[in-house]
Design a protein around this ligand. Structure first.
Ligand code: G
Ligand code: G
Ligand code: MN
Length: 523
C-alpha cells in the first residue's frame, strides 16, 4: 500500500500517543504522592500518640513510687534508705528515689545520706526536670520526677535510655523528640536546646495533659520515600503498566485513524485533490485542441502524490466519485474565467473509472460541470481506460446514450492495452481512441514493434474514430505519427502535466482570443 501508515502517523501522531500514555502517570503520580504524604502524616501522628502513651506510662511508675515513699519525707535517712531502695528496685524505669527536706536532698537510694541542693525552681510545673547528666551518669541524661509533700519532696530519677528507646521505637516514619522545659531529648538519647523559630514544614507536636512534656515529630522527604517505595510501589508499577496499555491503545487508534482509506477521506474533506493539466495538441493547426485533467493529491505532509498511489484504493472504496466531483469543481473554477481564451469547443478530458459509470452520480456531475460554462464553449470528454471494461447493462447503455445526446465525448484511454471490441465501442458511443504511450515508445525500435504500432494505428483509423496518441516525447515520434494520420498528440514534447497557475500563465502569454500555440519543448 503506497500510503504507508508510518508516513502519516508521524511527526504529529507520535507525541499524541505518548501524551495519552503518560496520562495515567501524570494524573496518578501526584495522587499517589499526595496519598503517601497523608499516610505518612497519619503514621507520624500515630507514632507520636504511641510515644506519648508510653512516656506517660513510664512517668506513672515514677508517680506511683514517689507516692509510696512520700511518708518517708522528713524521716532520718538511716531509717528511710532501705524502703527507698526497695521501692526504687521494685519500680520499672526508676533508678533512684531521693528525699528532700528544707531545700536539701538529704537522702538517696543510691548512696544513702547526701547533701545536694534541690533547686525546685528548675522543675517544669514543679514536677519534671531533664538534666543533661549528673554525677551518677555524666554521659547520660536523666529525667527527674518530683512529688512535693507537706515538709519536703520525693525525687525519682529515670534513666533517659528508656525514654530514648521509646522515642526510637515510635519514630518509624519520622524522628520524634521529647521536650521538657527548654531542653530536648532525641531518640539517640542526646539532649539539646532548640533554636527558636526553627520549624520543619510538616511538623506535628503534641503536649501531654497529664505531665508537663511535649513531643515533636518532623516528617521529611527522607522518611517519605521509603514509605512510598514500600507501600505504594505496587501501585506505581500498576500505573506504569496502565500507561503502557494506554500507549498501546492510543497507537492502535492512531494507526486506525491513519489507515490509507481514512487518510483519503480526510484529504477529500480537506479539499486536497487538485487538477494538473496536460495539453492535447492538434498538429494540423499546431494549437491546443484540449486538456487532459490529471488528479494530484496535495498532501499536507507527503506533498504531491501521483494518482497511481491512491486512485486504485479510491476506486475500490467508491471514494473516487467524490474525488472526481471535487476535481471537476476545481477545473470549472480554474477554466471558467478563461473560457474565451480557448478555441471554441475546447476539449476538457477527465479520467473516469469504470465503477463510477455504474452509479447514478456521473450524469449529475457532468451536468454540473458544464453548467459552469456558457453553452458550447467547451467539450467535456470522459476517458475510460481499456484495461477495465464496462459491463453493458440497461443502466450504462442508457447513461451513455444520454451523455452522447449532451454532446459529451467518450475516449478510450490506454487503447491497445486491453481488448475492447467493435461492439463495445459502438455500445458506449466512443468518439476517440487514445493510443497508449507504450506503443508510441516503439517508434524507431525494431521491426516487430513497428509492426505492432502500425497495426494499432491502422485499426484506429479503420474504426473511423478520432485518434489521440499519448506519451509523445520526441520529434521523431511526432513526425512518424503525423505521417500516419494521427491528428492529436499529447506528451512531454509539448508540455508536462502542470498546475493551474502554470496553465493560466501560458494562457495569459498567448495572443488574446486565439488558441494556445503548441510549442514543443525540444526539437
Ligand atoms: O498523471 P499520471 O501519469 O500520474 O496518472 C497516472 C494514472 O492515473 C493514469 O492512468 C491516469 O489515467 C490516472 N488518473 C489520473 N487522474 C485521474 C482521475 O482523476 N481519475 C481516475 N480515475 N484516474 C486518474
Ligand atoms: O492513463 P492516462 O493516459 O490517463 O495517463 C496519462 C499520464 O501519462 C499522465 O498522468 C502523465 O503523467 C503521463 N504522461 C503524459 N505525457 C507523457 C510522456 O510524454 N511521457 C511519459 N512517460 N508519460 C507521459
Ligand atoms: Mn487519461
Amino acid at each position: 500500500m503506497p500510503l504507508s501508515r508510518s508516513r502519516y502517523s508521524s511527526p504529529f501522531g507520535l507525541p499524541w500517543a505518548w501524551l495519552v500514555a503518560l496520562l495515567p502517570l501524570l494524573l496518578g503520580a501526584p495522587l499517589i504522592y499526595w496519598q503517601a504524604e497523608r499516610a505518612h502524616e497519619r503514621q507520624t501522628a500515630e507514632g507520636i500518640r504511641q510515644a506519648q502513651g508510653k512516656l506517660e506510662q513510664i512517668l506513672d511508675y515514677a508517680d506511683n513510687a514517689t507516692t509510696m515513699v512520700s511518708s518517708l519525707v522528713g524521716i532520718s535517712c538511716q531509717t528511710a534508705v532501705l524502703p527507698l531502695r526497695e521501692h526504687s528496685m521494685a519500680t520499672p524505669f526508676v533508678r533512684s528515689l531521693n528525699l528532700t527536706h528544707q531545700g536539701n536532698i538529704y537522702c538517696t537510694s543510691l548512696y544513702g545520706i547526701s547533701g545536694a541542693p534541690e533547686e525546685p525552681e528548675q522543675y517544669v510545673d514543679g514536677q519534671l526536670r531533664l538534666m543533661p547528666g549528673n554525677q551518677v551518669t555524666p554521659e547520660r541524661a536523666v529525667l527527674i520526677f518530683r512529688r512535693e509533700t507537706t515538709d519536703g519532696s520525693v525525687l525519682a530519677g529515670i534513666d533517659t535510655q528508656y525514654l530514648a528507646d521509646t522515642l526510637q521505637l515510635t519514630s518509624l516514619s519520622a524522628p520524634i523528640d521529647l521536650q521538657i522545659g527548654d531542653l530536648w531529648l532525641d531518640a539517640q538519647g542526646n539532649t539539646f536546646h532548640d533554636g527558636v523559630g526553627e520549624q520543619a514544614t510538616h511538623e506535628i507536636t503534641t503536649t501531654s495533659s497529664r505531665y508537663p512534656f511535649s513531643l515533636r515529630a518532623s516528617p521529611d522527604d527522607t522518611t517519605l520515600w521509603p514509605l512510598l517505595r514500600a507501600d505504594f510501589g505496587p501501585l506505581l508499577i500498576m500505573l506504569a503498566l496502565l500507561s503502557l496499555l494506554f500507549g498501546i491503545g492510543a497507537r492502535a487508534l492512531e494507526r486506525r485513524s491513519n489507515s490509507p482509506l481514512r487518510e483519503i477521506r480526510r484529504g477529500l474533506r480537506d479539499n486536497e485533490f487538485e487538477p494538473f493539466y496536460q495539453p492535447i495538441v492538434d498538429i494540423e493547426t499546431n494549437t491546443w485542441k484540449g486538456l487532459e485533467v490529471l488528479m494530484r493529491w496535495n498532501h499536507p505532509q507527503a506533498g504531491l502524490i501521483p494518482p497511481d498511489q491512491f486512485v486504485p484504493l479510491a476506486e475500490r472504496s467508491g471514494l473516487i466519485v467524490g474525488m472526481t466531483s471535487q476535481l471537476m469543481a476545481k477545473v470549472a473554477k480554474d477554466l471558467a474565467p478563461h473560457v474565451y481564451q480557448l478555441s471554441p469547443g475546447f476539449h476538457v478530458g477527465f479520467n473516469i473509472s469504470a465503477s463510477h459509470c455504474e452509479g447514478k452520480h456521473l450524469l449529475e456531475q457532468c451536468q454540473q460541470f458544464l453548467s459552469a460554462f456558457p453553452a458550447d464553449t467547451i467539450t467535456l470528454v470522459l476517458e475510460l481506460t481499456e484495461r477495465e471494461l464496462l459491463k453493458p447493462s440497461e443502466m450504462t447503455t442508457a447513461l451513455f446514450e444520454t451523455l452522447g445526446n449532451m454532446n459529451i465525448r467518450i475516449a478510450i484511454d490506454d487503447f491497445g492495452t486491453g481488448n475492447a471490441s467493435l461492439a463495445y465501442l459502438r455500445q458506449f458511443h466512443v468518439d476517440y481512441l487514445k493510443i497508449d504511450r507504450s506503443f508510441v515508445a516503439m517508434v524507431g525500435q525494431d521491426a516487430l514493434s513497428h509492426h505492432l504500432l502500425d497495426n494499432i494505428i491502422d485499426l484506429s483509423t479503420r474504426l473511423n474514430l478520432g485518434i489521440v496518441a499519448e506519451g509523445i516525447e520526441t520529434t521523431l515520434q511526432r513526425d512518424y505519427l503525423s505521417q500516419r494520420g494521427v491528428q492529436f498528440l499529447q506528451g512531454y514534447l509539448y508540455a508536462r502535466p502542470m498546475p493551474a497557475e502554470d496553465l493560466m500563465r501560458t494562457l495569459a502569454t498567448s495572443p488574446e482570443s486565439s488558441p494556445v500555440k503548441a510549442s514543443p519543448l525540444e526539437t
